[in-house]
Design a protein around this ligand. Structure first.
Ligand SMILES: [Ca+2]
Ligand SMILES: [Ca+2]
Length: 426
């Protein structure tokens, strides 16, 4: 707008002297008028530049005021949490700043890798999460084995008769690859000095009638008797030797004849889901997720750990709630089959004993007649197996421990015991 006004003013000034010039203005007069107009234009130009400068200054002042106000109001976003199994890079949370996310090895990021703090004080993009890369996606376990996904690895739970990292190896490989003729072979013979001929058999073979070397069947010879048996579990005869084999869930030890339980929980070879607890048992594992009792007669329980429930505070007038157990804990005990008895399976005590006596009792379960509870000292009770338990079987028993002071009940605790008895005696 300003330049237009300036031009209009200039023209109107110019028009007056020019009008008169048509009558009688001298050349000098015209030149003087033009000089005046030039001066006028120059002064307008200077004023214009000054106006623009002032305008610029005001704009800068306004900008800095806005920025100052912004920082005063602390325009930041709340620092986002890193995803589980991942990390957050960057800590600046002011508007316009970015944070980045990366996942641990073996995990894949979904959501936004980079998020920016926006004007409205929220983060751009989607919250990131790190998902375990499914190492089982390629179905690597052969012969119907169950694949268990791990971090950057997988393991296979093999069906009966198969072993190996991908269940590729038959448990009785030698029995399959050796036919009957492998068990007899020609002797090694050498001519003696006086025309005699001496023959001998390889280790593990013995000379039979007809001059052939026949394999010694170590399994048949020794395995059948309890006193001479050479393998803890199964014996497989081989040409010139033998081999011990363990059932599924066990590992053959370095001595080549005993079998030890494989701890699937410790070695992460289980398929328990995230909310379950893995319990190692002899020859296998179990996935458990015990539940607290449902609310009943003003009594409610909350889970304080995967294997523990605590009673919520009782309403003032509820005596049923006051009498209920303060806490319930879950215990899982693995036991080989047919162990000698009597045998103490479990001991119970209280860490905060304030009364003068403790009482122990079996409340219920299917272990009656095989399990008893008794006091071992003033502060300890124990669960004892009194009859041999032949597996596979699962026994459940609920034990109650009550604390008294001058015959007044102070509190109760319930131990819910599950005994997993294995199929084998090891
Ligand atoms: Ca043999
Ligand atoms: Ca096991």
């Amino acid at each position: 707008m300003l330049p237009k006004i300036v031009v209009l003013v200039a023209l109107s000034v110019l028009q007056l002297p020019l009008g008169r010039a048509q009558d009688c203005l001298s050349k000098q007069q015209v030149a003087g008028t033009l000089r005046q107009v030039q001066k006028l234009l120059s002064s307008h130009e200077a004023a214009q530049i000054q106006n623009l400068r002032n305008f610029k200054k005001q704009l800068m002042v306004l900008q800095s005021t806005v920025l100052k106000q912004g920082s005063k109001r602390n325009e930041t976003c709340l620092l986002p949490l890193p995803p589980s199994n991942g990390r957050r890079l960057g800590k600046k949370v002011a508007v316009g700043h970015e944070v980045h996310f990366v996942c641990d090895p073996g995990f894949q990021l979904t959501g936004s890798e980079t998020r920016m703090c926006l004007e409205n004080r929220t983060w751009s993009g989607q919250p990131p999460s790190c998902k375990n890369i499914d190492d089982c996606a390629s179905s690597p376990c052969a012969h119907g084995g169950t694949c268990v996904d791990g971090v950057h690895r997988y393991s296979c739970l093999c069906p009966s008769g198969w072993s190996g990292s991908t269940c590729q190896a038959p448990l009785h490989p030698y029995g399959m690859t050796h036919n009957a003729s492998s068990f007899s072979r020609q002797p090694r013979c050498a001519d003696g000095l006086l025309g005699s001929r001496q023959c001998s058999c390889d280790v593990g073979f013995q000379m039979r009638a007809g001059g052939l070397c026949q394999d010694v069947d170590e399994c048949h010879l020794f395995q059948s008797s309890r006193h001479t048996r050479i393998c803890l579990h199964e014996c497989v005869n081989l040409p010139g030797s033998y081999r011990c084999v363990c059932p599924n869930g066990y590992r053959l030890q370095a001595d080549q004849n005993t079998c030890n339980d494989l701890d699937e929980c410790a070695e992460n070879q289980h398929n328990c889901s995230r909310g379950q607890t893995c319990v190692n048992v002899f020859g296998g594992f179990r996935c458990v997720r015990p539940e607290c009792p449902k609310a009943h007669l003003n009594t409610t329980y909350v889970k304080t750990s995967p294997l523990q429930c605590e009673r919520s505070p009782c309403p003032m007038d509820s005596s049923a709630c006051q009498r209920a157990a303060h806490s319930i804990s879950f215990h899982y005990l693995p036991l080989p089959s047919n162990r000698s008895v009597p045998r103490v399976l479990f001991k119970m005590s209280t860490s905060r004993f304030v009364g003068d006596s403790l009482r122990f009792a079996i409340l219920g379960g299917n272990g009656q007649g095989k399990l008893v509870v008794q006091r071992s000292d003033q502060h300890t009770g124990e669960l004892v197996v009194t009859r041999p338990l032949v597996g596979p079987m699962t026994l459940e028993v609920d034990l109650e421990m009550s604390e008294f002071a001058r015959k007044v009940l102070l509190g109760k605790h319930i131990f819910k015991i599950t005994v997993f008895v294995s199929q084998y005696e090891f």
